[in-house]
Design a protein around this ligand. Sequence first.
Ligand code: HPA
Length: 271
Amino acid sequence: MLQKTVDFLCEEIRDKLGDFKPQIGIVLGSGLGELADEYCDLAIPYSEIPGFETSTVSGHKSRLVFAQIDGKNVVMMQGRFHYYEGHSIHKVVYPIKVMKKLGVETLILTNAAGAVNPAFSPSDLMLITDHINNLGVNPLIGPNDDEMGERFPDMSEVYTPELQELTLKIADKLGIDIQEGVYMASTGPTYETPAETKLARILGADAVGMSTVPEAIIARWAGMNVIGISCICNSAAGINARTLSHEEVIHAANVAKDKFKSLIKGIIKAL
Ligand code: HPA
C-alpha cells in the first residue's frame, strides 16, 4: 500500500512546493532539530501527510521543513520514526522514499548515540563510516520496487566516501573535532546492558543507537549519496558506573548543537 501511495503523495507535496525542488535531505536526530527552526520556508506537519506518523518521542517535533540554505534547496525531517515506537520498518523508511521521489540526491542522517568506543566523550560528533544492522529486520524485505533500486543492493559503501572526506575537511576548517566510527543500530527502546555494550565493541561498533540504519539502507539502495553523523550523548552502559537516561541524552545533544549546526551548514554550503 505504501509503495502505491508514494507517487500520489509526492504530487500533493509538489503542488505545495511550486518551483522548489529539494536536492538535499536531512534527518534531524534527538535534540538536533533546531536547524529546522532556524531555517523554515515551509513546514508541513506529519499529521497532514498520508503515510507519515506523529513522533511519540520527547525532543522530536513532527514536521517536514523545506528551506533554502546557502542557495541549496533542503528538506528536513524534524522528528523521525523509530522501529521501537511500534511502526513497521516500512513506515520508518517511507519518508526517505518520499524524499527520493521529490528529487533529493544527498541525504544527511543524524542521530543521538551512545559511545562504545572508550575514547569518545559526551557531546563529541562522530562521522559514520559504516554500520552494523542489529535490528533483526531489513527495510527492503518484501516486494522490490525495481524502479527505485535493485533486489540485492551492494552495501560496501553505504556512506559515500567522497562525502566522508568532505565532512572531515569542513570539520577541520571550522575547527570542529570529529570522531569517526561504525554505528550499530539495535531496536531499543532499552539502552544496552553492559554485556551488550561489550558485544557491540567486539563486533566492531564505536557507537550504538536506535535509528539511522534503516534510512541509510533505503537511501543507498535508491542511489542517493549518504552522510551519517552521530552526536555522542553518553558512554554506553557499562563503560562507566552511571545509569542512563533520555534527559542525559537530550542534554548532551544540546551542548553539541551549535557545532553540529555549523558543521551541517558547512556541508550544505560545500555540496
Ligand atoms: N544506546 C542506544 N541508543 C542511544 C544511546 C545508547 O547509549 N544514547 C543515545 N541513543
